[in-house]
Design a protein around this ligand. Structure first.
Ligand code: SAH
Length: 492
């Protein structure tokens, strides 16, 4: 039984410490605040209890005494308790009070420090809190106490006199009074000042002014205020990333949706996963089983998706049966899935669409070279429903073609809060025709965010057909190509 007082960092989930992730993964109970990032709560086991002690909209805030009592009770009950707090648990977070209550009750506890917003939020705005010579100290002050009533214990005059950098947390609502007190304390009103709202998150905004004018910009909480010469530094890197702040919906199936969303987030986007397709075994798995067992009799195996590769190899009992068979992949994603299984594709067409694959295969053994038995036998393990371009084209060139269903694409149950997420988004990405079809069937074309982006011409045609206006189409028909096209669109 241990209660962990854990710092969750300032918002960016990647700023969680390894120790914090470790204790979250074994938690029985997570006690968290309103500003907690949802994806961090996902690190706890699915069946862990999650207790919000933040102020609920319209409801009361749980009192500190009640939180202390809750931690003590759960700790005594022998549970693994994670008390998750923004930033660092001992920086303006009442972690000290919770630790004292646990110590007094004889409940074992451990502190997992976190990256405090006092330092990390300015850093994400391109403001170093110290600079050699010009800013040799930084003072972190709470702005929670009312500086006008004089009831607080913050000596603003002393803060002003100290010089260096002043970082104010919880000060947005009282920005004017705080700046006035610091000016009254003797700091130059022209001293640079900045307020960073929602720091380290995709919706970060930085306001820059001076000590005298910052309040005119009306900074809203949650914001970190930085006052001092360093606040003039504009070493922006986070807000400069190509897709910064773009709210993008990903409709691919899992686990690919998570991978694409992660790629988008690395470029600054706020990515939402709304998978509109999922993969299931085909009606008759026996055909795939047999085809895999007899694969040695084919001249070519043609794979048209990473999922096709995965399902086919699940059935392939002995890798050596592929020995003399040549393997074609429709594009680099499929080729990469093959490479993961130690198979190097013999053929990847220059354009990653069925038409190009057909042409490339035809060049490998067109009708002229074809002997009496035709150019050869081709196995195509792929989705149960797919376009006929490739098999029909190959058959017309007298290849002996076996199309075998390797998986079925199905529509997952509609997401209940999809409407809100879609209304809030700016971009939607489609990586195949079936994502378009399922999306429109489930949510309607009108629900699509303003900018529709597709992986290539086939998906674009389906989208137009279903009433969507396509603004972005990848020139290279891969996920990386789609990301590049989005970057291009938004930086143009
Ligand atoms: N323990 C926390 C601070 C809690 S006080 C820490 O170490 O970071 C809460 C205040 O922190 C907010 O009012 C705001 O001033 C600041 N803060 C927390 N997260 C922030 C964020 N993402 N962006 C800007 N300021 C933030």
């Amino acid at each position: 039984m241990t209660v962990y007082l854990v710092g969750a960092g300032p918002g960016d989930p990647a700023l969680l410490t390894l120790r914090a992730a470790e204790v979250l993964a074994t938690a029985d109970v997570v006690v968290y605040d309103r500003l907690s990032v949802a994806s961090l709560l996902d690190l706890a086991p699915a069946d862990a209890e999650r207790i919000s002690v933040g102020k609920q909209p319209g409801g009361p805030r749980t009192s500190q005494e009640d939180i202390n009592a809750l931690l003590v009770a759960r700790g005594r009950a022998g549970q693994q308790v994670v008390r998750l707090k923004g930033g660092d648990p001992f920086v303006f977070a009442r972690g000290g009070e919770e630790a004292a209550a646990l110590a007094a009750a004889g409940v074992a506890f451990e502190v997992v420090p976190g990256i405090t917003s006092a330092v990390a939020v300015p850093a994400y705005a391109g403001i170093p809190v110290t600079m050699r010579y010009s800013s040799t100290s930084f003072t972190v002050v709470t702005g929670h106490e009312d500086p006008v009533k004089g009831e607080g214990s913050v000596n603003w005059e002393a803060v002003a006199a100290l010089g260096g950098t002043v970082v104010v947390l919880m000060g947005a609502a009282r920005c004017r009074a705080i700046c006035d007190r610091i000016i009254a304390g003797g700091m130059d009103p022209d001293t640079p000042a900045a307020a960073v709202r929602w720091g380290t998150r995709p919706n970060q905004r930085t306001l820059r002014a001076t000590l005298a004018t910052l309040a005119d910009l009306d900074p809203q909480p949650p914001a970190t205020i930085v006052i001092g010469e360093v606040a003039a530094a504009d070493l922006a890197w986070f807000e400069n990333r190509p897709l910064f702040g773009r709210r993008i919906v990903v409709t691919r199936a899992q686990p690919q949706a998570a991978a694409l969303a992660a790629d988008l987030r690395r470029r600054g986007a706020e990515a939402t996963e709304l998978p509109v397709i999922a993969f299931e075994p085909p009606e008759d798995i026996g055909r795939l089983e047999r085809a895999a067992a007899e694969v040695g009799q084919y001249d070519w195996v043609v794979l048209t998706s990473p999922t096709g590769v995965a399902r086919f190899f699940e059935q392939l009992r002995d890798a050596r049966s592929l020995g003399g068979v040549r393997v074609a992949a429709i594009g680099p994603g499929t080729a990469a899935a093959l490479a993961q299984r130690n198979v190097v594709a013999d053929l990847v067409p220059e354009q990653y669409v069925a038409e190009a694959l057909l042409e490339a295969l035809s060049e490998e053994g067109g009708p002229e070279e074809a002997g009496p038995g035709g150019p050869g036998r081709v196995l195509i393990p792929r989705a149960e429903t797919a376009r006929d371009v490739l098999p029909d084209g190959l058959a017309a060139a007298v290849w002996d073609v076996d199309v075998v269903p390797a998986y079925r694409t199905v529509a997952p149950a509609a997401d209940p809060d999809a409407a809100a997420r879609l209304a809030d988004a700016e971009v939607i990405t489609f990586t195949s025709s079936s994502t378009v079809t399922n999306f429109v069937d489930a949510y309607g074309a009108d629900a699509a965010p303003e900018v529709v982006a597709t992986i290539g011409p086939v998906t674009t045609a389906t989208a137009r057909d279903r009433g969507l206006e396509v603004a972005v189409e990848a020139a290279e028909h891969t996920v990386d190509g789609l990301i590049a096209a989005l970057e291009d669109f938004f930086t143009r």
